[in-house]
Ligand binder design. Sequence first.
Ligand code: FE2
Length: 258
Amino acid sequence: MKTNNFFIVSTLSVLFLISCNKKKYTEVVEVPLPTAQEKITIGMPEDVNAEPGSFLMDKLIYPYDALAPTVSPFTLETHYSKHYLTYTNNFNKAVIGTGLENLSIEEVISQLDVNNTELRNNAGGYYNHSIYWKSMAPDAGGVPTDTIASVINRDFGSYENFKVAFSAEATKQFGSAWVWLVVQKGGKLQITSTQNQDNPLMRNSLVKGTPIIGLDLWEHAYYLGYQYRRKNYIESFYNVLNWKKINEAYESAIRRKY
Ligand code: FE2
């Protein structure tokens, strides 16, 4: 009987202690709001400068919050001021001593030794992002205009067909990649893709051409805003396409010698 009483008292004590602990963890705790010093601040693209080198960073023609919601302000700031800055600095170091320092970036990309991984990755990272920044603008999107509009209709049948083909190419990518609209011989448009920081100007490219639209499909380009929903990022890209610049890039590309 004594043993039973002891068991009952012990059990009630344990239940009481659990009850007390539960009460402790269900209390409402007031969380202080962040102070002014703790708020996230978004900088300015013009304040970002690469280390001295042969190649300068492309200046963004819009602030970090200009492409929202397609590209969130924090994504664009991180992308430009951290990733692109790092590619630029590393490219300027990697190109030293290669004999390519004084060429145009397009000549560097098309002539570099693809076995030089450091140069290939960073030259590609530098060039690819410059195409990406120019592909987009605030208050843009909609249907293409000028020459590029008629060329898209000629080569894809319609702008809608172009979007379907471009999205299909983007959606099938796995891992870090880029999707391109390139200009080939005779001014023909072609959609293609490359892995890592390769691009269609490189010697090893299976589909060659001059890029006039570049979509960055690395996670750093979209993850803060979209997480795993890469398809939503792809579909939103059309809302910021800078057709004026893309048309200029097309007309410049067809004047180049291939
Ligand atoms: Fe990127």
